[in-house]
Design a protein around this ligand. Structure first.
Ligand SMILES: Nc1ncnc2c1ncn2[C@@H]1O[C@H](COP(=O)(O)OP(=O)(O)OP(=O)(O)O)[C@@H](O)[C@H]1O
Ligand SMILES: [Mg+2]
Length: 369
């Protein structure tokens, strides 16, 4: 449905070095799919949306929507509706006029327009401010007007740049559910930017993780958690982040031994490794491995954790401690009686390890659970 092929964005500003904001971006969004764009600040999310909408040119590559190349068309001819990061509301118009603006071009009757504006205003809870002007509104209200203005349109694709970043958590959760319902009911195709992994998981069918202008992985939430493509995705997705350890590799009869000092060691049987993983382990003296905090069992086992902090979050404990020269975090469901300085036993199992090659690519994933 939306097909982005090998797209680059390079910003040239006089007297300043070029900024390569998006690199060789290749992705496809299916009709009716909801996609989240997730990544740290400056990784190229807004640039990507603006190129799709036509507010920035592509430096290279092509973009097609419903098989129609759109990257050379002016924004108004792309059938793409966008809610901007900075809202971009029209100051002289009221909220109602702002939302109705794009509908006027669609030649709908006045009654139709009023009905649509009222409907979307109810959905994002701004019925009480329809006659006000943008300057009189709070950031969160302006954001909802901008969201309403995009969603009210008939478009082939909706682009929402951090559409709920300014809202308080309760309202955000309610709107998230309603927007998901609206998108599903109308079969709308949408890409939204967020910094919030919970929001991405709750709203999106698939999540595109970007870093430094490069798409790192584009997959469902479970796949990103269970089978991260590389070190970046592994440490970026998941809360608290995956623990990473730097371990020595020793080839052995039937497999490999991974060790961190004399305190922590794993046997990795050869038959659990594919060709790429074997090659990575054969070529490395040291290797990065990762283990999710939820996969470290605290209370019994061979390994020792010297506790640095122990936080009870109301439904789980986060225990941070030193183990084999690394700071590890373990998550347990119950409370654990451990204070800073205590040594508690814990278990880390080889089948729970993700193993990363020298280039950061994950060559073996932990067993799925
Ligand atoms: N008009 C511009 N001219 C020059 N550089 C730009 C321009 N717009 C963006 N950039 C640069 O391109 C890179 C990507 O910016 P972009 O706004 O796409 O990031 P983002 O992922 O949306 O970040 P954020 O989460 O902070 O909104 C950044 O380094 C930014 O400084
Ligand atoms: Mg942005």
């Amino acid at each position: 449905m939306l097909s982005i092929r090998n797209v680059d964005k390079i910003y040239h500003s006089r007297g300043k070095p070029d900024v390569h904001a998006v690199r060789a971006l290749d992705m496809e969004v299916k009709a009716g799919e909801i996609v989240a764009l997730l990544g740290s600040s400056g990784c190229g999310k807004t640039s990507t949306l603006r190129m799709i909408a036509g507010f920035e040119s592509v430096s290279a590559g092509s973009i097609a929507l419903a098989q129609r190349p759109i990257h050379d068309l002016p924004p108004a001819r792309r059938k793409v509706a966008m809610a901007f990061e900075g809202y971009s509301l029209y100051p002289p118009l009221t909220v109602r006029e702002n939302i109705a603006f794009a509908l006027k071009a669609q030649q709908l009757s006045r009654a139709d327009i009023a009905q649509r504006v009222d409907g979307i205003a109810r959905l994002v809870e701004i019925e009480d401010i329809l006659d006000q002007h943008p300057r009189a509104l709070s950031g969160g209200q302006q954001q909802r007007v901008s969201l309403a203005r995009a969603l009210v349109r008939d478009a082939d694709l909706y682009l929402l740049d951090e559409p709920m970043g300014q809202l308080e958590p309760q309202l955000r959760a309610v709107l998230r559910g309603r927007i998901k319902g609206l998108l599903a009911e109308r079969g709308m195709t949408a890409i939204f930017v967020t910094h919030d992994q919970t929001e991405a998981s709750a709203l999106a069918d698939r999540i595109a993780v970007m870093e430094d202008g490069v798409l790192q992985q584009f997959a469902g939430e479970r796949e990103l958690k269970n089978r991260p493509a590389n070190l970046f995705v592994a440490s970026f997705i998941g809360e608290p982040p995956m623990n990473l350890l730097d371990m020595a590799v020793t080839p052995q009869e039937g497999g490999f031994r991974l060790s961190a000092g004399s305190d922590l060691a794993f046997q990795i049987p050869r038959q659990t490794l594919d060709a790429a993983a074997r090659q990575a382990l054969e070529q490395a003296e040291r290797i990065k491995v990762g283990i999710r905090p939820q996969r470290i069992a605290v209370g019994s086992g061979e390994a020792r954790l010297r506790v640095v902090s122990n936080q009870w979050l109301g439904d789980q404990s986060h225990i941070a401690g030193e183990c084999a020269g690394h700071l590890l975090v373990a998550v347990t469901q119950g409370k654990v009686a451990a204070r800073p300085g205590d040594i508690v036993p814990c278990t880390l199992e080889a089948h729970n390890l993700h193993i990363f090659g020298a280039d950061g690519v994950c060559v073996r994933h932990a067993e799925a659970r």
